[in-house]
Design a protein around this ligand. Structure first.
Ligand SMILES: [Zn+2]
Length: 272
């Protein structure tokens, strides 16, 4: 038998979701139709990090996410901003984040939690909806200038599903120092849209969600998931993706603790 001395190419590895080697296919994660609108070759080496391997069945299941032409218009051109396109974009951004996280081995949730959510949605006859607790923020990008990088203090968050957050009766009681591969959020810029997908968090108080939105507004983002009745405008905004990507963190050092559960804030105050 011949020795395999190279990592197998895409399409020859086990399905990321179920592990089967049957019917391997390349999953583009970001739809090929979108890359083509930008004049890019979806199979180019530079885009390899946006590709992964799925079995035929799981590829078919996820492909429905990409068949949303008006959502692709919104990404490409910044319009139309409608209830439908925003809901499609928010839902899509969550699944893309989970797939990218799993494909890279790092992300807003650990591999097991990401895989469980993805299989809950894309396994045959599963029919699970968009996972609860995620928030998606977006901005329309003004290409004429990039916002200045500011020294925003990142907000540390206690993420649900992060093994570093110690729980009793589902309430945070402590924080362990072990390092984990988890980020609080995933920032993506595609076309005319900046996206920030935030994992489910433990609450810091009554107005926790509103304060998350306020933090996101500091870097020019509006919430698109869950969607309010009053739609965000997503007008062209000067955005710094550097600011967007470091707004939320799971690392307590040097961060703003006001969005952490009260008990963890008090522990932190005693330690410093
Ligand atoms: Zn599969």
């Amino acid at each position: 038998m011949a020795e395999v001395d190279q990592a197998p190419e895409n399409g020859q590895r086990p399905c990321l979701l179920c592990g089967t080697l049957d019917d391997p296919t390349v999953e583009h994660i970001v739809p090929q139709a979108l890359w083509k609108r930008f004049g890019l070759d979806p199979d180019h080496d530079d885009l390899a990090r946006f590709r992964t391997d799925l079995c035929y069945q799981h590829n078919q299941a996820t492909s429905a996410l990409h068949q949303r032409p008006q959502m692709l218009d919104l990404i490409e051109k910044g319009t139309p901003v409608t209830k439908k396109t925003l809901q499609h974009l928010g839902d899509w951004a969550i699944w893309v984040t989970l797939l990218l996280s799993l494909a890279r081995g790092s992300g807003v949730l650990g591999a097991d939690a990401s895989r469980k959510m993805l299989r809950g949605r894309f396994d045959k006859d599963s029919g699970g909806g968009t996972p609860k607790g995620f928030r998606v923020y977006a901005a329309g990008i003004d290409d004429t200038a990039e916002a200045a990088e500011t020294d925003i203090k990142p907000y540390v968050l206690a993420l649900r599903g992060d093994s570093r957050v110690l729980l009793r009766d589902d309430k945070p009681i402590g924080f362990s120092v072990q390092v984990g591969p988890i980020n609080a959020s995933e920032a993506i810029r595609l076309g005319k849209i900046a996206l920030l997908v935030l994992g489910p968090t433990h609450e810091s108080g009554d107005d926790h969600q509103a304060r998350l939105d306020k933090a996101a507004a500091q870097v020019g983002l509006e919430r698109i998931w869950p969607l309010n009745d009053a739609l965000p405008a997503l007008g062209p905004t000067q955005i710094s993706m550097a600011n967007v990507s470091r707004l939320f963190t799971v690392m307590p050092i040097g961060a703003d603790h006001s969005l952490m559960p009260k008990v963890l804030q008090e522990m932190h105050a005693r330690e410093t």
